[in-house]
Design a protein around this ligand. Sequence first.
Ligand code: ADP
Ligand code: MG
Length: 246
Amino acid sequence: MVAPLIEIKDISFEYEQTKALENISMSVQEGDFLAILGPNGSGKSTLLKIMLGLIKPTKGSIKLFGVDSKQFKNREWVGYVSQKSNSFNSGFPATVEEVVAGGLAKKSGLFRRLPKSAREDVKEALEAVGMEAFIDRSVSELSGGQQQRVFIARALVAKPKVLILDEPTVGIDHQNVQSFYNMLASLNRDKKITLVLVTHDVDTVTDRITHVACLNQTIHFHGFKEQLHTMSDEQREAWYGHSVRK
Ligand code: ADP
Ligand code: MG
């Protein structure tokens, strides 16, 4: 049995005043496309930050690839697109290429001028998100959905095993949400990237994800129970909800 890519055991986390997570256990296997659902304030973003090592749990343990996460000094294994990151101000001067190449900096350190090989890596990452035609455009001219794809390319360019996305469709036009999720599904299927996604788009993601977790045992989402019935048996069996009861 292969060790899970991410394994969280009995995690709790408290901000100064607030209990954000209590005794959460869950795991992510290589190849999963996991959606984490839950009402606002249920601790979804906090859980992602714990997976990423950005904050330390008050209690519990995290293993990455079967090894205690404390042994991981860098975050090359993971790409992260945080909540509300798709909001460049108009007038933001960078080109798509510059923004995406920024994702290489964590690997090779800051650079004044892009190494030649960087453009090839940037192109490849942009192709994966369907944005290669925009490489020389200014990011401030792009729509919210296009900017979000650029952010994903920025995370992909360092070739992570896992991509962690926090509510990536906020700011994307309703009619473009479907194609956005198709793009994610193809990253998962064709590029073999493990995906962990926080979202409220239950209706749209249900037939694309392989696993679902819900923070909060009460499922508040309108229609979600009906959606569960449309899942395959494997998807239902893989339902993590019981183990992430808040
Ligand atoms: P979600 O992403 O599901 O909306 P969060 O993980 O952002 O939930 O927040 C979980 C709880 O922790 C909420 O009650 C929120 O108000 C609180 N919280 C989040 N971030 C902070 C912070 N930086 N300081 C104090 N409390 C916070
Ligand atoms: Mg959040």
